[in-house]
Structures are given as C-alpha cells and as structure tokens.
Design a protein around this ligand. Structure first.
Ligand SMILES: *Cc1c(COP(=O)(O)O)cnc(C)c1O
Length: 358
C-alpha cells in the first residue's frame, strides 16, 4: 500500500472561480498562476483554463517558459519583469509581456539589442511602497519607455497593499493616487488582485489579476464569495492509540490528555506542507466529520483527536483542507494565510480531477 497523502486538484472548481472573477470585475482577467499556480500545478491549471482565460501571469520568465514548453500560447505577463538581458531576449522570442517596476528595468530595455517588439505593463507605486515607479516620475517613465524602438506600454498597473481590509481607506487613497498620476496617458489600466476584484468595485478597470480566488480561498474577511475550493489535501489514519489522563503526546509533550483520549495518527506532516505552527484545536475532518489536531505536527505525521469518533479506525480518510475544512481556517489557526499553505504543498501525490460538469 502506498502512502495515502494526496492533493486532489478540482479543475472544474478552478474554472468556476475564474468565471466568477471575470464576471465580478468585468473586462479582461489574467489568471495568476505564479509559484506553480499557488501549489496547484501551473501547466495543468493553464491547460484547464485555456478555453477561457484572457491571459496568464507568472512571477518570473522561467515560469513563463515552462508554460510555453507545455504548449500554452496565451499572452503571459511576467509580474517581476526582467532581471537581465537574457530575460528580455526570452520575452521577445517567446512573446511574453514584461512588467516594468523599476527605473533599472527601463534602462535594460533601452540598451537591449533590438529584438522583436515587446509589450510592457508599467507599474506605479501608488502607496504600497514595495515595487513600482513613484507617481511624480510615472509620466516620464512612460515617455521614456514609449520612445524605445519596438517597446509599447500596453497597460498601466498598480498593486494594493491592504485591499483585504474593507474598512481601511488606504485602498481608496491608492486608487486616487493612481488615477491622478496616470492621468490621460495612453494604455489600458489594471489595479485589482483578488481582494480588489471582490472588495473594491471602484478599482475595476480594463484588466484584473486574479490569484488566490482562483484557488477558492476568499481573501476578504467576510469570505462570502461563492468560490469553490480547488485543492483537497487529504490522507488517512495510519494508527490509533489511547492516552490515559496525564499522558503527553508527541514532540515537546505539547498536548497532555485531560481525560482518556483516543488519538489517530495521520500520514501528513510539515514535509508535505502542512504547517508545523498549527496549534491544538486546528480543524481536521476525519471520515467527513470535524475534529481537531492535537499534539505538535511532525515532519511526516500528525495526530488528531478521535475521542468522539469511536468507530474510526486505520484507513479512515482525513481531510486537512478542502471542501469540509477551509484552507483559510487552517491558515488562521496557524497564524498565516492560505497563500502560504497552498504554495508550500509538496511531496504528496497530485491527483487531477477533470470531471466535466454533469
Ligand atoms: C500575485 C499577484 C497578484 C494576485 O494576487 P491575489 O491576491 O493572489 O489575487 C496580482 N498582482 C500582482 C502584481 C501579483 O504579484
């Protein structure tokens, strides 16, 4: 018998979520599949969305080339842009769109050996203060890029720092800063990540950039968008034991049984991407019913409370996250975000479910 740890990927759910993103925003929508599609498999997600996505986005040129090698012909935006001349040459050869977010990238483009024409997305720092051209310099950057032979500024973009905080005025200020500095410069506009799509209609422009919501994790605190989870991280019970009151479980003896406690051992650990920071009480579903993690997560195993599930034995299915246990709930318990949990999934077998809708 092989180890039962799996990440099932539901491609029909991915398509559902993409359609929701596109409809909510209006206009065109990039499917952001950087970091191996947030741990879901970039090639398989791109193929699943090939019939509907307007374009894809990845972080770096290498990720885009892997998609090209797999036969993806859609436009692909490289969100970090070019690191060097090789990236620019590859972008021209493979017809990639490059983000330009630093003056040094403008110089790289200006001094490149002439290539096939290139389309760039020029990014403004409208208030996140991480990447992007400062608003007072934006028009000049636009002019300098547009003057480079073979370079066209197709889209003016910016990124939100706090769009997942509906009551914070930082996003409204970013929108105003962007609109003022972009003015009437030619080019389409793109402001929204998933939280912008779901929470900030005033930021909807020509292009959305949907990431986390494609995978079914709602970034807004209300969490009321009808998204479907794409990944189900699952395994099975591989051992059962009884703890007497006072007995400690696992590394560090973090959990001490307050009463007779039935413990299930699960084939899933932090080497698979399950967060070691998950505390006692983190939700887990066993045989379709909710219970809780107890004891510290090990590299290859973790332990769950089966005290209220006396009939559950070896081989019972365990869902770490998916339709029953929201990945957001695990992330919140573990003090992180769904993005990090999903990206970290590794070692487990990926099982692609591409059942067409009934
Ligand atoms: C990753 C990324 C996105 C997608 O963000 P989500 O919050 O996952 O929707 C959008 N824009 C940029 C620039 C990004 O780097």
């Amino acid at each position: 018998m092989s180890r039962p740890a799996r990440a099932r990927i539901d491609l029909a759910a991915l398509r559902h979520n993409y359609r929701l993103a596109r409809t909510r925003h209006g206009g065109r929508t990039l499917a952001v599949i950087k970091a191996d599609a947030y741990g879901h498999g970039a090639v398989c997600c791109a193929q699943a969305l090939a019939g509907e996505a307007d374009a894809f986005a990845v972080a770096v040129v290498e990720e885009a080339l892997a998609l090209r090698a797999a036969g993806i012909r859609h436009p692909i935006l490289v969100l970090e842009g070019a690191f060097d001349r090789d990236d620019i040459a590859a972008a021209a050869t493979h017809d990639l769109w490059l983000t330009v977010h630093q003056p040094a990238q403008i110089e790289l483009l200006a001094h490149r050996t002439p290539t096939a024409p290139l389309q760039v997305w020029l990014k403004m720092d409208s208030g996140m203060h991480r990447a992007g051209i400062a608003p007072p310099d934006f028009a000049a950057a636009h002019a300098r890029l547009s003057a480079i032979d073979g370079v066209r500024v197709a889209v003016l973009m910016s990124h939100f720092a706090r769009a997942d905080e509906p009551d914070c005025d930082a996003t409204a200020r970013q929108i105003a800063t962007f609109d003022a500095a972009a003015g009437t410069l030619p080019g389409a506009r793109s402001l929204c990540n998933s939280a912008g799509i779901l929470g900030w209609p005033a930021a909807h422009r020509d292009w959305a950039r949907a990431g986390i919501m494609l995978y079914g994790a709602d970034p807004m605190p209300a969490g009321d968008a009808p998204l479907q989870p794409v990944m189900t991280l699952s395994s099975a019970i591989m051992g059962v034991r009884e703890l007497a009151p006072g007995e400690a479980l696992g590394y560090g003896g973090r959990f001490v049984a307050p009463r007779p406690t039935r413990v299930g051992l699960v084939a899933m650990g932090y080497a698979d991407g399950y967060p070691r920071s998950a505390p006692d009480g983190t939700p887990v579903a066993v045989d379709g019913r909710l219970t809780r993690l107890i004891g510290r997560v090990s590299m290859d195993m973790l332990t769950v409370d089966l005290s209220d599930l006396p009939e559950v034995g070896i081989g019972a299915p365990v869902e770490l996250w998916g339709p029953t246990v929201a990945v957001n709930a695990v992330a919140q318990a573990a003090g992180t975000i769904a993005y990090e949990l999903l990206c970290n999934v590794k070692r487990v077998a990926r099982q692609i479910d591409d059942t067409p809708p009934a």
